[in-house]
Design a binder for this molecule. Structure first.
Ligand SMILES: C[S@@+](CC[C@H](N)C(=O)[O-])C[C@H]1O[C@@H](n2cnc3c(N)ncnc32)[C@H](O)[C@@H]1O
Length: 278
């Protein structure tokens, strides 16, 4: 083995072992030590996640120790290596940003990255944190009704095969959950992808959902979060380097009590062909 191959093997072994090399808290972690399998099945049973029985029992204090009575209001779902989570912390200093990520090693990388930013920039990045979770199953354990202002879905896994479409992170049933968590008349759902078919899927499902209204191009152009979602994620940067397209859309959670909002009821939410079950 050449010297480079040896080094590559050492890094691969270290990464695969899941234990090292360890980054000290406060040091900037190196991404190469925290890579892990690109895809995982969000529908498979996995009991390695910690979660409270009820959102009221969640202790966000450990995530945002410098902030009094913290509760996240902006989610970066499937945050990957955390580029957008970090960017939103400075773009939205009055909000608490939470990256959610299913892969343990990647989550640890983002946690260390945030701690390093806090150390390098005293008083900043205190409003950013990351949590390892499977959002397709566990969001109701963490978030209360109407408590969220923004939810981002950036370059979600496309799950190309039809049989894997139930693994997609935007679906009729999950949109009803997202609508439940977002502030009526105010909360926004952002989605971006480089896969045109997946974008069409996002738009089709969001447009069909009675609790969402699509933002016009003009409205999106005025929103600085759209710019951030376009340029700040690691996947977005890869797409830029490859010179291929990015497709995006933003939807607002409509006011409660409108005729459209009344279309979803306790009875039809779980009915076949309705908003609960496809
Ligand atoms: C293609 S990456 C995009 C990462 C990041 N948003 C970006 O644009 O750079 C999709 C990410 O979503 C995460 N993910 C997939 N399913 C998830 C789930 N059910 N809950 C939380 N994270 C999930 C994956 O582990 C992966 O890091």
């Amino acid at each position: 083995m050449t010297k480079t191959e040896n080094e590559k093997k050492r890094l691969r072994d270290a990464a695969e072992s899941g234990v090292g090399p360890i980054t000290e808290e406060g040091e900037m972690p190196q991404k190469k030590f925290y890579r892990s399998r690109a895809h995982c099945n969000p529908l498979s049973h996995n009991n390695t996640f910690d979660y409270p029985i009820h959102p009221a029992e969640m202790d966000w204090g450990t995530h945002y120790p410098a902030i009094e009575n913290p509760k996240p209001t902006v989610l970066d779902i499937g945050c990957g290596f955390g580029g957008l989570t970090i960017a939103l912390a400075t773009l939205l200093p009055k909000h608490l940003i939470l990256g959610l990520e299913i892969r343990a090693k990647v989550t640890e990388y983002v946690r260390l990255r945030i701690l390093a930013h806090r150390k390098e920039n005293p008083g900043k990045y205190e409003n950013a944190s990351v949590l390892r979770s499977n959002t397709m199953k566990l969001m109701p354990h963490f978030f209360e009704k109407g408590s969220l202002e923004k939810i981002f879905f950036c370059f979600p896994d496309p799950h190309f095969k039809k049989k894997n479409h139930p693994r997609r992170i935007i679906s009729d049933r999950l949109l009803s959950e997202y609508a439940y968590f977002l502030k009526p008349g105010q909360g926004k759902l952002y989605c971006i992808t480089d896969v045109e078919d997946l974008h069409n899927w996002h738009v089709k499902h969001c447009r069909a959902h009675p609790l969402f209204r699509e933002l016009s191009k003009d409205e999106m152009d005025k929103d600085s979060c759209v710019k951030a979602m376009y340029s700040e994620t690691e996947e977005g940067k890869k797409v830029e380097r490859a010179g291929t397209n990015k497709y995006y859309a933003v939807f607002e959670r409509i006011e409660s009590g409108t005729e459209d909002a009344k279309k979803i009821t306790g009875e039809n939410f779980f009915s076949q062909g309705q908003f609960g079950i496809e």
